[in-house]
Design a protein around this ligand. Structure first.
Ligand code: GRF
Length: 185
């Protein structure tokens, strides 16, 4: 399975993918890493010798450039990618793009729901459990079919940071489990 990983942040999920490939726990080839901003995660690609590209999301022709930059591949993994994927790319890579989201979708997804905001909203809604989801990317924001989820409890005295940490601890395993399943299709 040939994959491309798109990132916007620290890239801990990208690192987990690289480690799993290098230790033969995931049968996949990482063709390229693309970031939509200068971010710490790009260093993981550099260290592993994986071709990487920073495409500034503020460029007027960002969508066209992104489409041009994406190599032919079996799967595109959005691992902490914050830009909306242009419709033309969603259509071209139908059922070939997955996203990792830090809530139990369909709850707490959609435009503007990312990072700390998700966990703040979960706590404000007095939810008793949260978690993370891997889902197919469709034309909406966080609306595609859910592939798998992992749950964590929300504790009475939780802060967004504490909840984020608990959710993140589940993300790498969930994403790798999905990637392994997809690689065996
Ligand atoms: C994760 O919390 C993921 O759920 C969200 O962005 C974060 C990415 O973390 N989509 P990292 O950049 O992989 O460390």
């Amino acid at each position: 399975m040939n994959i491309v990983v798109l990132i916007s942040g620290t890239g801990s999920n990208l690192k987990a993918i690289i480690d799993a490939i290098q230790s033969h726990q995931l049968q996949a080839t990482l063709l390229a890493v693309i970031a939509d901003r200068d971010c710490a995660g790009l260093a993981h690609a550099h260290h592993a010798g994986i071709p990487s590209l920073m495409l500034d999301r503020k460029l007027p022709d960002f969508a066209a450039r992104l489409e041009q930059a994406l190599p032919d591949c079996d799967l595109i993994v959005l691992a902490g990618w914050l830009s909306v994927i242009p419709t033309s790319i969603v259509q071209k890579f139908h059922k070939k793009i997955i996203n990792l989201h830090p809530s139990l979708l369909p709850k707490f997804g959609g435009m503007g729901m990312y990072g700390r905001r998700v966990h703040e909203a979960v706590i404000a809604a007095a939810e008793r459990e949260s978690g993370c989801s891997v889902h197919w990317v469709d034309e909406g924001v966080d609306t595609g079919e859910v592939i798998a989820q992992a749950k964590v409890p929300v504790l009475a005295d939780d802060t967004p940071e504490a909840l984020a940490k608990r959710v993140q601890a589940e993300e790498h395993a969930l994403l790798l489990r999905c990637l392994r399943d997809l690689s065996e299709r």
